[in-house]
Unconditional design. Structure first.
Length: 226
């Protein structure tokens, strides 16, 4: 079985579609949160994930957009940032979808039990087996599992860390954009084939950096740059 794991799509539909097209032979797809914000197409990203029934967890940027939308946002005002723009673009149905996403999702495949949640503690990294067990809590472990694996998003940095022979955590990196210290001009994600993790970096025309996203935002909404 081939599993595609993505995270931090951040309203960037072109990046999402590029990965889905390149990994079209994946049997299952999971998303580790931050579907929206820091991009221009929150509605299209949500609709794409929903149309494919991709299981996802809720990220901190999803929470920020939900909170702003619930407080009320002026749909006619010039947005000052991506958060306001995303809240303006989304409607009640899509907000309800984001709210329905769980904070944690458990599943098992090919002899591995997985727990997926968007982040650990801010940008802290999970460094010990006993912290692993604390995060895992009462999440189920499938009968016959070789090991347990926690999937995090949030940091945008690809990683795999083994804390013991039977437990590890992984991060697929970001579909939406890379951190400034990551110079690679492309999209990051991972696949799991028969329980083995492989990291990927995909170059494609839709990709752009966080600074380029901001530049395009200021071109569309000049008052935001004042």
């Amino acid at each position: 079985m081939k599993i595609l794991v993505i995270s931090d799509v951040h309203s960037n539909l072109g990046n999402l579609n590029a990965v889905l097209a390149f990994e079209s032979d994946a049997d299952l797809v999971y998303c580790a949160g931050d579907l929206v914000d820091v991009g221009f197409q929150p509605c299209e990203v949500i609709d794409r994930l929903r149309s494919l029934n991709i299981p996802a967890v809720r990220g901190n940027h999803d929470d920020h957009v939900i909170e702003l939308w619930r407080r009320g946002v002026d749909a006619d005002a010039v947005p000052e940032n991506f958060l306001q723009l995303n809240a303006q673009l989304l409607d009640a149905d899509r907000i309800a979808y984001l709210e329905s996403l769980p904070e944690r999702l458990c599943f098992s495949h090919d002899g591995v039990s997985y727990l997926m949640q968007h982040l650990y503690k801010g940008y802290e990294l999970l460094r010990s087996d006993y912290d692993f067990d604390e995060v895992w809590g009462d999440a189920p472990v499938a009968s016959g599992s070789r090991h347990r694996c926690i999937i995090f998003g949030h940091t945008h940095h690809q990683a795999v860390t083994w804390l013991a022979s039977d437990r590890c955590w992984i991060n697929p990196g970001s579909v939406g954009y890379n951190r400034p210290q990551d110079p690679f001009p492309g999209t990051r994600y991972l696949t799991i084939c028969d329980g083995e993790v492989a990291f990927h970096r995909l170059e494609h025309p839709a990709w752009c950096s966080r600074s380029e996203l901001r530049r395009r935002f200021e071109e569309r909404y000049p008052k935001a740059a004042e």
